[in-house]
Design a binder for this molecule. Structure first.
Ligand SMILES: Nc1ncnc2c1ncn2[C@@H]1O[C@H](COP(=O)(O)OP(=O)(O)OP(=O)(O)O)[C@@H](O)[C@H]1O
Length: 309
């Protein structure tokens, strides 16, 4: 698979006077882990629903795997695994029975391979030991994993996940992250929404930021957090270092200076040559949080920066 996997143009959804999604152009490419970041209520779920043909846009177009949605949904959606808010399951049935039902009810699931595929996806999401247990007794995290198992049943080319780590404990979050990265390494394009900046920063190769229905930023994470051309120096003799470096010092904060120049070794040589001890040198890079804050005043504090462990 190559090229564009999700493309929307001017995608909009209004609910009465509320523009939940306000003219967005998503650009997701094969091989991406695309992090769709936005505060609660910014329009992520509505967008995801439009990608899957569950909600009709008010205006604009959606293409998934090169085909228009909802028109070509029957052809495209069997190649897409999806997990959207609060996956539903029958509580009185086992995990295996639930997966068997959803495989049988959707298009394209071969009965011959069903049992093997179910066993495989339960193992993948860490539910291998509890496949026979009734879902009624599952924790929220286990239900979330079961939903993810359902999304993986057809070995999709594209996974679309709305807040996939909601309700998981730190260990569960870690496991899902590893699983998504593994799937991505073996060729699955992953589109996931989250309100957690740290989660997106740890997972995504490409980032889109939604703020009150509008896209305020979309680019590769590596580009967004590329070195700024400055070096951060830690030295116990900051005053002396400032004298040596003169107007190359862009800012100073205690023992830490930001110095113009993208070769730490060169900065080190200048300082050490002048007898200034250096404790640390790093290339300065903006964090995703800083980039998001700069792109949309007000949106950065609505997106949760808290660590996704
Ligand atoms: N069916 C609906 N009818 C009316 N308004 C809606 C409907 N669905 C969503 N909205 C509104 O659209 C806006 C975007 O909601 P949406 O659920 O897409 O956001 P979100 O980013 O997914 O947030 P969350 O993470 O809280 O689900 C909100 O103001 C919401 O109240």
């Amino acid at each position: 698979m190559s090229g564009t996997v999700i493309a929307t143009h001017g995608l909009r959804k209004s609910f009465g006077a509320v523009r939940a999604v306000d003219g967005i152009d998503l650009d997701v490419r094969a091989g991406d882990v695309y992090g769709f970041l936005g505060a609660n209520g910014s329009g992520k779920t509505t967008t995801v629903r439009m990608l899957l043909g569950l909600v009709l846009p008010t205006a604009g177009t959606v293409e998934v795997l090169g085909r228009p949605i909802p028109k070509a949904g029957r052809e495209v959606l069997p190649r897409v695994g999806a997990l959207i808010e609060g996956p539903a399951a029958y509580g009185h049935l086992s995990a295996t029975a639930n997966l068997s039902l959803s495989d049988a009810s959707g298009p394209g699931g071969s009965r011959r391979t069903r049992k093997a595929r179910i066993g495989e996806v339960l193992d993948q999401v860490g539910l291998g030991g509890v496949g026979k247990r009734a879902v009624r007794g599952f924790s929220l995290g286990m239900r979330q994993r079961l939903g993810l198992a359902g999304a993986l049943l057809r070995r999709p080319d594209l996974l679309v996940l709305d807040e996939p780590t909601n309700g998981l404990d730190p260990q569960g979050i870690h496991e899902i992250r590893e699983l998504l990265l593994d799937l991505n390494r073996t060729g699955t394009t992953v589109f996931l929404s989250s309100h957690l900046l740290a989660e997106i920063e740890q997972l995504a190769t490409r980032v889109g930021v939604l703020d009150r229905g509008r896209m305020v930023l979309q680019d590769d994470l590596a580009t967004l957090t590329a070195p700024t051309g400055a070096t951060v120096v830690d030295t116990p003799r900051a005053a002396q270092a400032r004298e040596v470096l003169g107007d190359r010092v862009l800012s100073a904060d205690g023992d830490r200076l930001v110095v113009r120049g993208s070769e730490p070794a060169e900065v080190n040589a200048v300082l050490v040559g002048a007898g200034v001890p250096v404790h640390g040198l790093t290339l300065q890079r903006p964090t995703l949080e800083e980039v998001v804050l700069a792109a949309a005043a007000g949106s950065g504090d609505r997106v949760q920066a808290g660590a996704a462990s």
